[in-house]
Design a protein around this ligand. Structure first.
Ligand SMILES: [Zn+2]
Length: 638
């Protein structure tokens, strides 16, 4: 049994399990530590406080009851159970084991004799089961229960909760099988869950059901009155679509499940379609941060190159879904572009959502905010996802628990193996102890201050006595500028892979050096919202200008960056750009005639602007110094 969230039976790369990779220091170790010591408990506290856990107690008691929370609140209990299962495997945290036992007992007690479990349907006084597949989220919730059980099965073996998940999966296969209801859930998730359960139990029944759900979608079965069929990805079959569209989280979860099915059934047509959809979505519908979802309306992808900074939705869960999809594509076929996007999304969406203390979260992650966000008190549920500062909890609170399970299982996304050797996809400080595909043990110690500094030093502690290849991803932003040092000899890395093939002697060190100078980034002119603007990146981090870093008399929307002067950085990770502040006078009309040289005919401001050295901070740590306005993309002068 391997401790893995995703374990395809075939593919180019084999994931190295979570318990073979220990993240021991640096950026992600801190995040995992905060997740373990603060976020998990914080989530359980809110689930208890709002009555979302006691919904299960009330179902178990029988009779009519008044139910707390939205129709999908059960899924948050399941996602936190999943996070607790991973955390227990990662650290053996006692508290995680106790919380896991208590929460799973509540769920098991609420399960009906035929395997069904959901606190929003089927109890006395409630709507009947499966009477609202479009909006009821029953199969979505079931999917999260099953994913949580797979986490437990793969880390601790079969227990009562895993048995409950199998009963639920069996019930779904009976109810929705080839001879059952011809239905699909309005929110994909059951597909990715059943596929993984099928893999974990080596039982094709669940994979068949996942495939059936995938094939049934795309024929206009769900009610598109409100947002159109594309909202549910029910406008076009997965194998025919060319780009992701509709509700971003739905689209990404569906794609992850479809990829699992494509791999397990050797369905090259579907696999190719999903690769095309990923490529087109990344090329045309993805923010610099890796965020996805351009519209608040329907929480959806926009049309091509519709990527407004201020109206960006970029739901945290879409970031998690994007990582799920990219990771499956990476395992199936290799390709650094997938690991690149995972890195970008981890640092600039997942890390941006959670506040440093791990108890407040952004639901949406815009790249620009022009009004001060409203602070949310510690004991208040935020009803709105879009206008506040980070909030402790939301009426729809899918994001905090998604962060919790992602961080608890993060070490499963670091490395893979294949016949040639081992591939390192994410740079973390830590220890890897695993086996190559022939069973030979390999031990690596990784020392790095990444993403603060660009050096990644890998010492081989244990290795077979024959030649094998250590492959290191070189991020696309470092292409052509990275160097590698082996046996004292330094050389340039010509491509986006640094590959070292040799008989490694224990104690030998390979050093990758990535260029970490801050850099200006511009956007495709087809992204109208970003014309005449630049962003600044340093390593994998996107930077932003926050109003609290400006002199009090300079408003954020008046700062122009001088792109002729390269950005600089300091030892603490801040970046500085040279800028000027435009005049603050409003005319009566914000437009003006242009002369023959296309220059504004208005006279230049009387006072010639003084250059300012403007400090930028990593986007993932904005909004931690009180209400502020913020921009990632800055107007450029000249
Ligand atoms: Zn969410």
């Amino acid at each position: 049994v391997s401790a893995l969230p995703v374990a395809p039976t075939s593919g180019a790369l084999r994931p190295v399990p979570l318990d073979h990779v220990r993240i021991t220091g640096g950026y992600w170790a801190d995040r995992q530590q905060i997740n373990a010591s603060a976020t998990l408990q914080h989530c359980v506290y809110w689930l208890d406080r709002l009555g979302w856990v006691s919904n299960f107690t009330k179902v178990a008691a029988g009779g009519e009851f008044s139910r707390a929370g939205r129709e999908f609140s059960d899924s948050e209990i399941y996602k936190i159970i999943e996070a607790l299962a991973w955390e227990q495997a990662r650290t053996g945290l006692d508290w995680a084991g106790e919380a896991y036992a208590r929460l799973t007992a509540e769920v098991i007690a609420a399960q009906q004799p035929d395997g069904y479990v959901n606190t929003n349907f089927g109890s006395p006084g409630q709507q009947p089961r499966y009477s609202d597949l479009d909006w009821g989220h029953e199969l979505y919730c079931a999917g999260h229960l099953i994913q949580a059980a797979v986490a437990r099965l793969r880390t601790a073996g079969r227990d009562d909760f895993v048995d409950a998940a199998v009963r639920l999966a069996d019930h779904i296969c009976r109810e929705f099988g080839p001879d059952g209801r011809d239905g699909i859930c309005g929110h994909p998730e059951i597909e990715v869950a059943l596929a993984e359960l099928g893999r974990a139990l080596d039982d094709r029944t669940y994979l068949d059901q996942a495939r059936l759900f995938i094939d049934r979608r795309g024929h206009g079965q769900l009610d598109g009155t409100l947002f159109g069929s594309s909202y549910f990805q029910d406008d076009e079959p997965v194998r025919e679509a060319t780009v992701l569209r509709g509700h971003a989280v739905r689209a990404l979860y569906l794609s992850a499940g479809a990829m699992d099915v494509a791999v397990e059934y050797d369905d090259d047509e579907m696999r190719a379609a999903l690769q095309t959809q990923w490529a087109n979505t990344v090329a045309r519908r993805t923010y610099l941060t890796g965020g996805m979802g351009s519209r608040h309306d329907g929480e959806s992808f926009g049309s091509d190159f519709e990527l407004p900074s201020d109206r960006a939705y970029c739901e945290t869960c879409a970031g998690v879904g994007s990582i799920m999809f990219s990771w499956r594509l990476l395992l199936a076929g290799g390709g650094n572009e997938y690991a690149d996007l995972i890195e970008r999304t981890l640092y600039n969406v997942v890390a941006a959502s959670a506040e440093a203390d791990g108890t407040r979260f952004f639901y949406v992650n815009p790249l620009e905010r022009n009004e001060l966000g409203a602070p949310v008190p510690d004991d208040e549920v935020s009803p709105r996802a879009s206008s506040s500062e980070r909030a402790p909890w939301f009426t729809v609170s899918c994001c905090p628990t998604n962060i919790a399970r992602t961080l608890a299982s993060l070490s499963a996304y670091v490395a893979t193996t294949d016949e040639s050797g081992l591939q390192l996809h994410q740079f973390v400080e830590g220890e890897i102890d695993t086996t190559l595909t022939d069973g030979s043990p390999v031990g690596l110690s990784i020392r790095t201050d990444y993403p603060h500094r660009g050096r990644v030093s890998i010492t081989v502690r244990q290795a077979p006595s024959y030649p094998w290849t250590l492959s290191l991803r070189v991020p696309s932003w470092a292409a052509g500028r990275a160097t590698i040092t082996v046996g004292g000899a330094t050389s340039a890395v010509p491509s986006t892979h640094a590959e070292v093939e040799r008989v490694f002697v224990p104690g030998e060190t390979v050093e990758l050096e990535l260029p970490m100078e801050p850099r200006f980034t511009s956007a495709d002119p087809r992204i109208d919202a970003l014309r005449a603007q630049v962003a600044v990146e340093r390593g994998p981090l996107v930077y932003c200008l926050e109003s609290v870093d400006l002199p009090p008399d300079v408003a954020l929307d008046r700062v122009d960056v001088d792109r002729a002067i390269p950005p600089t950085d300091d030892a603490r990770g801040s970046v500085f750009v040279s800028a000027t502040a435009r005049s603050a006078d409003d005319g009566g009309w914000p437009y003006c005639a242009v002369d023959g040289e296309d220059r504004a005919s208005q006279p230049p401001p009387a006072q010639s602007p003084e250059p300012l050295a403007v400090r930028l901070i990593p986007y993932n740590s904005w909004a931690e110094r009180g209400p502020s306005t913020m921009r990632v993309w800055l107007p450029k002068s000249g």
